[in-house]
Write a new protein. Sequence first.
Length: 127
Amino acid sequence: MTQIIPLKMGLFGGQGSGKTTTAALIAAALSKELHNGAPVWVTDTEPAWQFVRPRIFVPEKIELVTRKIPTFKAMLQDMYEAEKAGACVWAACSPSSHPGRQYRRSTRISEEYSQTGRVTTRPLSTY
């Protein structure tokens, strides 16, 4: 049996540079080639994935589940639900969105604690 290693990937670029299309093509390839067409879940605060659904996922007969999640906490719950549903890929998009800001802030808090043993950054109320 082939060991599957989790992949974390970030795509950066300006509007219209192909980030969503590239992520969709990679997700579809992983689904078809390594997971027998398992579903792909996307957490996105914008409607970009609706445009790749008919061009990439419908022809390949891959279920694409999109969720619009307003907070980092809800995004984590969505990731858990994707795993329970057997999704092979979970993509979180729009890191400049509110959940993305919460994630970056929680990462800074974690790094601060690991370096100093204390947290001076005020936590967000949405956690």
